[in-house]
Design a protein around this ligand. Structure first.
Ligand SMILES: [Zn+2]
Ligand SMILES: [Zn+2]
Length: 137
């Protein structure tokens, strides 16, 4: 049994617990992630929805990603922190923002996605495999 991952938004109104290990951990350099993070990428742990227990009310915003698929950004209406993403085409997955973990040092990135959108100044570990877009699950 691995230790539960816990985290939430900056003000504490949204909290989550994840049982089980992430199935994918990536830095994403797509334009949406750049805009939302304020820098060159966002970092996610993708987990199975059945392993996530959420509390608190998240506001949501639907957008069409680079892939053409609808993704829903869930954020705290009080502090504004974006906590997780869900995907219309993959309803059993949740992408949690690594920086919302109570202990972000537990995050272990495995890959860089949308590297084709990355900027030279957003330098990431060259040992990580890079994908132009999002690899198909
Ligand atoms: Zn909040
Ligand atoms: Zn992205």
């Amino acid at each position: 049994m691995s230790e539960t991952y816990t985290g939430g938004c900056a003000c504490g109104a949204i909290r989550y617990e994840i049982s089980g290990e992430p199935i994918f951990s990536n830095h994403c350099q797509c334009r949406d992630c750049q805009r939302e993070s304020g820098t060159g990428h966002s970092s996610y742990l993708t987990v199975r929805r059945e392993h996530v227990t959420l509390s608190g009310h998240a506001a949501t915003w639907d957008m069409v990603g680079d892939s053409g698929n609808v993704k829903t950004r869930a954020f705290c209406p009080t502090c504004g922190l974006a906590v997780y993403l869900t995907f219309a085409g993959m309803p059993d997955l949740v992408a949690i923002r690594a920086t919302s973990l109570d202990d972000p040092s537990r995050y272990k990135p495995q890959a860089v996605t949308y590297a084709m959108r990355g900027h030279a100044w957003d330098y990431l570990d060259p040992a990580l495999p890079k994908f132009d877009k999002m690899p198909q699950a």
